[in-house]
Every structure is written in structure tokens, then in C-alpha cells.
Design a protein around this ligand. Structure first.
Ligand SMILES: O=C(O)C[C@H](O)C(=O)O
Ligand code: SF4
Length: 512
């Protein structure tokens, strides 16, 4: 099995940089369903470009390469200790070469191990089988969509939907609700895996396993097949759309599995995966460790993500492009409205969870007056001369900074915050009071944004780890949409309210 480490390294690289054909097809179909010129169409076009760039650059599709999770079937007699060793070595190597972001953080000290190893990381599940091949499947599921996983305990009362009982119709309501509660924060349009039954742990496990099914397969269980079809037909009526911008596609796939439970418990567990649905698999020869074949890539190669322009014309849109260079004046900010596209040139600063917490009690290491904070944890590598290079740099979910953001804007005079998924009422109030805007970048488009970064001017707080450090980045033509302005308007608030109203159409019983 001397080739095993190399084979696993190839699997990790492919998973991080090359989306499987079934996922690409689902995204292409979504793009075809949106009207040209809408925000959703623009987002999907950025996503499609990003998928292409990641493949060409052999670089991460999204900077969050997630929790590396392996599901492995082995013939009797294969040494699992040696396999685990090979997997760990491959994970370290993939991190060193920038195919994985250093993502393993000590939960108590906050220390990033730097190589993606740690207690319980990577996750490896083994199962024996009677075939003479090793089947290794890998999913790289990022944190933003993982945070939108949800588990329901039936019976329950669901916002907008009423009572969900212990039957197929109650399950239906939970699944529809799971799509609603994710809004755009898990980088919709998403794929969901659903686990019915089990206990709290095995229910989630079953949900995640559904994500290994191909997006276009048919459930062998007739009731579940019917439920999957129903969800695919109806979830899009919530009109949450790509990135939560509103639009025709909110869900790209729904796979449901069922297992037994004990009488007192009835769980419906949902694993939400962003559009950057990175899963690949290989069949490996147990003698040599070589790859025999790929499990998802075996279909004809998806030629291009470019599609013919949709027939319908866009409704007259008021999209305005405004070019800004920090430090930005209050007047320039107050001139912006929701829907405007801002093109940034100049210096911006990354900051996410650790930095926001820190800045509440400390000074900033650089002047942020009129400045721009980018909610981003990039993948960075040093080149041969010791200079930092940006390998992937899309936005992270902004709502996590909601407890801090308004105070930070006020304290440092920040004029723009870039992120994804939107922020809440407190930040909206802060934007209005202090004259700032929230700019939504396209989640997962890590290659697209890395391409806008022309230089790394420095870094502070490396002790927070690469993703949490404060990177000072020079950008050119960095485009993001104003989704919360300084006049109290929020596209996120509007889409959430609208989708809550739309939820009501799913109250009545559908499955007897
Ligand atoms: O950690 C990140 O870079 C992004 C994360 O996956 C998120 O969606 O918030
Ligand atoms: S940023 Fe978006 S695309 Fe990337 S892992 Fe998080 S949820 Fe997925």
C-alpha cells in the first residue's frame, strides 16, 4: 500500500479544487432558471466563474475547506492503523501546499494546530465489507453551512408552519423549515441531507451520509422518493435565492434517509451543505494503494459552466456601480443604497471572530478611520522569497459578529463591512447612526476574490492562526453589493420577512 498516501493526497486536492459533475450540473440548471441581470443571476455567474478558476488554479473553491471527513469501506484484513497514518500525513501535506486551510483549532485555548491535525481531526469512519477494494469518500463541509444544520424533535411547533406531528407530513414541515431557517447564511443555494429517526448523534450522522448520494439519484424507498420530489418542487417557492438575494433557486438537492428510533424520540436531522458541495470518492487497490477509479468524476466531464443567456429579460434594474477607495467619507457612504454595487480599490483589512472579540477591549494595530473590514479567513502561503501569497479569500458568515459589530464600527470609525449572509438589527442601527454600509460578497467565491487582491501589505495577530489573523490586503476591482445601507434598509430583513410569509403556503397537510 505504498501509494496510499499519494492517492489520499490526490483525493483531498480534487475534493477541495474540483466540484463533482452532479453538483456542477445542479448549479448550471439554477443559473439557467434565473433572469439575466438579477442579483441571483450575477451571484450564480460569479460562482460559475469561481468553480472554473479553482479547477484551473488547482486551488480551493472556497477558503473554508471545512472539517475533513472520510467515510471508508475496507476489506477484512486491511490495517486501519496504517491507513489512518497515511491519511494524517496526506492531510498535513495538503495543508502545507494550500489545498486545505489550517482549520483545526483547540476549543479551549483557541490555538490553531497549523496542520489540520488535532483531537478528533480529521474525522475518519471505517466500516468493513466483503469487496476486495477500499472505498474512500471525502467531504469538505465548511463551517458556515455546518452552523445551519438543524435537528427537530417531533412533535413540535414550527414558526410559520404550525404543528409538526410524528408522521411523514410532520417530517415534510421540518424539512421545509430547515431551508427557511438557513436563509442565505449557509451560502445558498444549498443541498440538504436529511436523517429521520436514530438518536441525536446517529440522526445527524445519517443526515450527513445522505450527502454522499449523487444529486440526481432516485431514493429506493417510494415514500422518501415522493418526499424528496415534493421538497425539490416546493422549497424554491420560498424565494430566498442564491446568497439570500431572493430568486428562483434556493435548494439544489434533497436526499432523505430513515432509520429506526426508540419510542420516546423522533428526530428529523438536517445537514445543510452550501453550493460549494465538495465531495469526491475513490476506489483504491488494497495491495498497491493506487486509485482504481473515481466515484463521482466517472461521468462525462462537464464541459463548461457557461450557458446560453436566459430568454427572459431582467426587470428594469436600478443597479448602480460606485467606485470607492478607503478611507471613505461619510458622505460617500450615505449616498449608497441597497442594490448598489460597490467596487473597491485600495487597502482593506480582514477581521473575523477572534479579532472582533479582541477589538472590543483593545486598540487596533492600524488606523481604521474610514476603513473597510472584510469578514474573511483566507488561505495564505509563503512564496519562495518568504512573501505571503493569497490562495483563497472569500467572505465568512457575518452574523457571528453581530454582538460586536455596531460597537466596533463606532469605536474605530469604520465605513464598510464586507461579509456574507447579512447582519441583524443592532448592526443595521449602527450603520445608520455612524454612517456605514454592509457589503455582501459572494460566499464561497474564494478564487474570484483572491484574484482581486494585488498585494499583502502585512499581518497582525498571527497568534490567532492564519484564518483569524488581521491581514492587510490591497485590492483592485473588488465588487460587492450593498445589502444594508445607512438609511435603515436591509435586503436580508426583507427576504427573511418575505420568506416567512411564503412559509404559510406549506401549513396544510400534504401527506396523509
Ligand atoms: O470560515 C470561513 O471562511 C467561512 C465559513 O465557512 C462560513 O461560511 O462562514
Ligand atoms: S463560505 Fe460558504 S461556500 Fe464556503 S464553506 Fe462557508 S458556507 Fe460553504
Amino acid at each position: 500500500m505504498e501509494s496510499l498516501k499519494e492517492s489520499i493526497l490526490e483525493l483531498i486536492t480534487e475534493t477541495s479544487t474540483n466540484l463533482p459533475p452532479d453538483v456542477r450540473a445542479a448549479i448550471r440548471n439554477a443559473k439557467e432558471r434565473e433572469n439575466a441581470g438579477t442579483r441571483a443571476a450575477l451571484a450564480l455567474s460569479t460562482i460559475s466563474d469561481n468553480i472554473q478558476m479553482a479547477e484551473e488554479n488547482v486551488s480551493p473553491i472556497c477558503q473554508d475547506t471545512g472539517m475533513p471527513t472520510f467515510y471508508i469501506h475496507v476489506p477484512v484484513g486491511v490495517n486501519q492503523l496504517k491507513m489512518t497514518q497515511a491519511i494524517r500525513e496526506a492531510v498535513v501535506e495538503a495543508t502545507r501546499t494550500g489545498k486545505l486551510r489550517p482549520n483545526s483549532v483547540d476549543s479551549l485555548t483557541g490555538e490553531n494546530s497549523g496542520d489540520n491535525l488535532g483531537e478528533g481531526v480529521p474525522v475518519i469512519h471505517y466500516e468493513q465489507w466483503d469487496k476486495d477494494e477500499i472505498d474512500v469518500r471525502l467531504i469538505l463541509k465548511g463551517g458556515g453551512c455546518e452552523n445551519k444544520n438543524i435537528q427537530y424533535s417531533l412533535p413540535c411547533e414550527l414558526e410559520g408552519l404550525g404543528r409538526a406531528g410524528r408522521d411523514l407530513d410532520g417530517i415534510r414541515k421540518c424539512i421545509i423549515h430547515s431551508v427557511y431557517q438557513a436563509q442565505g447564511q449557509g451560502c445558498s443555494a444549498g443541498f440538504i441531507g436529511v436523517g429521520i429517526g436514530g438518536d441525536r448523534t446517529t440522526g445527524y450522522e445519517l443526515a450527513k451520509k445522505q450527502l454522499f448520494r449523487k444529486a440526481d439519484d432516485t431514493n429506493p424507498h417510494p415514500d422518501l422518493a415522493r418526499l424528496e420530489d415534493y421538497i425539490m418542487e416546493n422549497a424554491n417557492k420560498l424565494s430566498i435565492g442564491t446568497m439570500g438575494f431572493g430568486g428562483n433557486t434556493t435548494l439544489l438537492g434533497c436526499k432523505i434517509g430513515s432509520m429506526h428510533r426508540i419510542p420516546a424520540s423522533f428526530y428529523v436531522s438536517v445537514a445543510y451543505n452550501c453550493w460549494a458541495f465538495r465531495r469526491q470518492g475513490v476506489s483504491i487497490d488494497p495491495k498497491t494503494g493506487n486509485i482504481n477509479r473515481w466515484l463521482y468524476k466517472d461521468e462525462p466531464k462537464f464541459e463548461s459552466v457557461t450557458v446560453s443567456e436566459p430568454k427572459q429579460e431582467a426587470p428594469a434594474s436600478s443597479t448602480r456601480e460606485v467606485r470607492l477607495t478607503p478611507p471613505i467619507s461619510e458622505e460617500d457612504i450615505r449616498n449608497l443604497s441597497v442594490g448598489d454595487v460597490v467596487i473597491l480599490d485600495g487597502l482593506i483589512h480582514t477581521g473575523r471572530d477572534a479579532l472582533h472579540k479582541y477589538l472590543i477591549d483593545h486598540d487596533a494595530p492600524v488606523d481604521l478611520e474610514g476603513g473597510v473590514i472584510y469578514h474573511c479567513g483566507p488561505v495564505m502561503l509563503k512564496d519562495k522569497d518568504g512573501n505571503w501569497e493569497v490562495k483563497a479569500a472569500g467572505p465568512t458568515t457575518s452574523i457571528r459578529e453581530e454582538p460586536y459589530q455596531a460597537d466596533i464600527i463606532k469605536k474605530f470609525g469604520i465605513r464598510a463591512v464586507i461579509g456574507k449572509g447579512g447582519m441583524g438589527a443592532r448592526t443595521l442601527e449602527g450603520l445608520k447612526e455612524h454612517g456605514a454600509v454592509y457589503l455582501n460578497a459572494i460566499g464561497g467565491a474564494a478564487q474570484y476574490y483572491a484574484d482581486c487582491i494585488t498585494g499583502v501589505e502585512g499581518v497582525h495577530f498571527m497568534e490567532f492562526g492564519v484564518p483569524e489573523a488581521m491581514w492587510h490586503l490591497r485590492v483592485k476591482n473588488f465588487a460587492a453589493i450593498v445589502t444594508m445601507d445607512a438609511h435603515g434598509n436591509s435586503l436580508h430583513k426583507d427576504v427573511e420577512l418575505d420568506s416567512l410569509e411564503r412559509l404559510a403556503q406549506f401549513r396544510e397537510k400534504v401527506f396523509a
